[in-house]
Design a protein around this ligand. Structure first.
Ligand SMILES: *[C@@H]1O[C@H](CO)[C@@H](O)[C@H](O)[C@H]1NC(C)=O
Length: 333
């Protein structure tokens, strides 16, 4: 039985219909752009970026209309399968500490705005914690939850003032192992190592999405510099501006590169190691799969900063340690 609609509801439906038609037209235009042979390959991501922003914008406009939102969801799922954009596998090692949930919340909210993403979260722990398990379950992201403990003597790197942060070596390797056993050679995608304490511009995900082998870009606030970056000449990486351990073959931060997933599948030996010195993990992975002249510079020939190596201050918990009953009994922080 049809109930009579108020004029406002009618208007809402009409608006929704117009929005959907408009969106469909726009998407058709962007799909043409994506498939066009006449635009250079490195410009394809711009079409994708526009399309992503468009979808977000329409969501914003339609959020007060439940029917419209539902319709858009269906449309968006179809667009995602139709455009067949490469998937981004985000590998995030994490460990228990007071700020863990806050950091994961921040990162997950960034990832929620990135289409076609698969978040692989690996806890440095002997068993999966309730905190991370419950957090992921309500995150609305497509995820895989793994855990592997770092053997105790290896856990801290003594020469690092941020000694509380473990190296994440076994965790990242566990993420790679999962990809190698679950992703087929036909899958189009990239792998990105995103720690939970960095800050990410959404654009970096669209930049890395179309990576043929290994793409690179600047990272802000790392290596004792405002920006650490590859030096690019005529579209090729010719060196680095790195000051800290500049003799490394790949003097680059974990947040500054992405690897084509097929390339990793074809090199099952490529990974990280507990026995390499600090700063050499990136080199350990990259030396087996790519040479410097093959690197694909992103972010306008490495002139833009789209990711920052931010660090959260250790919270001051002096009063907490004095309490006989912790302030967070039965409260997850
Ligand atoms: C990067 O540099 C190359 C060579 O100078 C140029 O052809 C290309 O357009 C530049 N790319 C961007 C995105 O600025």
């Amino acid at each position: 039985m049809m109930r009579k609609m108020t004029p406002l509801q009618t208007l809402g439906i009409v608006f929704c219909a117009i929005a959907v038609v408009w969106l469909t037209m726009q998407i058709a235009v962007f799909n043409t752009c994506l498939e066009s042979k006449f635009i250079p390959a490195n410009a394809n991501y711009l079409c994708q970026k526009e399309q992503n922003y468009l979808l977000l914008r329409v969501h914003d406009l339609a959020k007060s209309e439940p029917t419209c939102t539902k319709l858009l969801k269906v449309l968006e799922t179809n667009v995602n399968t139709l455009t067949d954009r490469p998937k981004i596998f985000v590998i995030t090692p994490t460990f228990t500490r007071p700020v863990q949930k806050a950091e994961l919340t921040r990162l997950s909210h960034t990832l929620l705005l990135v289409p076609n993403i698969h978040w692989i979260v690996i806890e440095d722990a002997a068993i999966k914690t309730d905190l991370v398990t419950n957090f992921l379950a309500k995150s609305q992201l497509k995820f895989t939850h793994l855990n592997v403990p770092t053997p105790h003597p290896m856990k801290m790197s003594q020469d690092d003032p941020s000694w509380l942060k473990p190296k994440g070596v076994l965790q990242r390797n566990a993420g790679l192992a999962w990809i190698r056993s679950h992703v087929s050679l036909q899958e189009r995608g990239v792998v990105y190592f995103a720690d939970d304490d960095n800050t990410y511009d959404l654009d970096i995900f669209e930049e890395m999405r179309y990576t043929h082998m290994v793409s690179v870009w600047p990272v802000g606030l790392v290596g004792g510099l405002m920006v650490e970056r590859p030096l690019v000449k005529e579209g090729r990486v010719v060196g680095w501006n790195t000051v800290w351990k500049p003799d490394r073959p790949f003097p680059i931060d974990m947040a500054g590169f992405a690897v084509n997933v097929t390339l990793l599948l074809k090199h099952p030996e490529a990974g990280f190691s507990l026995s390499v010195p600090r700063g050499y993990q990136e080199t350990r992975l990259l030396r087996d799969i790519v040479s410097v002249d093959q690197l694909e510079p992103k972010a306008d020939n490495c002139t833009k900063v789209l990711v920052w190596h931010t660090r959260t201050e250790h919270p001051k918990l002096k009063q907490e340690w004095k309490l006989s009953i912790p302030s967070n009994v039965n409260i997850e922080v």
